[in-house]
Design a protein around this ligand. Structure first.
Ligand code: ADP
Ligand code: MG
Length: 257
């Protein structure tokens, strides 16, 4: 079985990488989970996972006729399989983002849940690729009207490519009252559920400083439990790896910008 999620948002800095790793670790308590840094232009998952010094990354898999095997770019950390992406500009220039498709096909044969840490979607057409390839999106938003409207654009892209909506995760929540209104609007306009409301948290900032995912840095913190509760709301669907692979092979890749 395998289900592929794109952890997406309209803009950067909403907490996609933080949330990808926190949800990934929570889901890894029940499933075999692989997290992928699919934000190939602004990769930073490696810094959150203590993998800043590794030699082989997703970039090496995205080079045409590369002889690097998938296994060489996957690191087993924090109870998950982690496929980081390099931050080197040359690596990015040489990489063909469309090859992500075949990387995911191969991954889908060996894991239960794939979380793609996606680029800020509204940046470019090719940034939509993880959303095109995923079964469902998890949209990470700040609880503001502009962020919500970015989120609706993400949903629009997703539904145009037949990708479902696993829900919205609000992050960096400071003021519960303002959230009530946003919550109503979200329920009105979004197809999926609200998975959770993650507060602005010093523990999250400290985890990032320590180069560890939140659930490894502070497994018993209340905010870690909030991520676990959000993960519980995502019912993983039991898809056949072969069917997923077929769908990926035939996915319509958006034109580059
Ligand atoms: P993105 O991947 O969407 O660009 P990140 O997950 O890298 O965002 O988060 C951006 C920065 O914000 C990081 O330094 C991270 O530690 C911090 N951050 C994210 N969520 C929170 C939060 N709830 N409270 C405090 N800091 C946060
Ligand atoms: Mg990120």
């Amino acid at each position: 079985m395998v289900e592929v999620f794109a952890v997406a948002s309209g803009k950067g800095g909403t907490g996609k990488t933080t949330s990808t790793l926190a949800l990934g670790m929570a889901l890894a308590e029940d499933y075999d989970v692989t997290v992928v840094d699919a934000d190939t232009g602004m990769a930073n998952l490696l810094f959150h996972t203590g993998l800043a010094d590794v030699d082989v990354t997703l970039h090496d898999l995205l080079i045409e006729k590369s002889d690097v095997g998938l296994e060489e770019a996957i690191y087993d950390k924090f109870g998950m399989h982690v496929l980081p992406c390099g931050t080197n500009l040359d690596g990015f220039k040489e990489a063909n983002p469309e090859l992500l498709q075949s990387v995911i096909v191969e991954l889908s044969e060996q894991t239960d849940v794939i979380l793609l840490d996606a680029p800020a979607t509204l940046g470019s057409k090719s940034a939509v690729l993880p959303i095109v390839l995923a079964d469902r999106t998890i949209t990470v938003l700040q609880p503001t009207v502009p962020s919500l409207s970015d989120g609706l654009k993400v949903q629009e892209y997703a539904s145009a490519y037949g990708t479902g909506n696993a829900g919205v995760l609000f992050n960096r929540v400071t003021d519960q009252e303002s959230v009530t209104e946003i919550q109503e609007q979200t329920e009105r306009y979004f197809d999926g559920p609200i998975l959770g409301m993650i507060p602005e948290s010093e523990t999250i900032a400290a985890a990032r400083e320590a180069g560890k995912p939140l659930l490894a840095y502070a497994p018993d913190a209340p905010v870690s439990n909030q991520y676990r509760k959000a993960a519980e709301k995502i019912e993983i669907q039991d898809r056949e790896a072969a069917a997923v692979a077929d769908r990926f092979r035939s996915a319509v890749i958006p034109e580059p910008p």
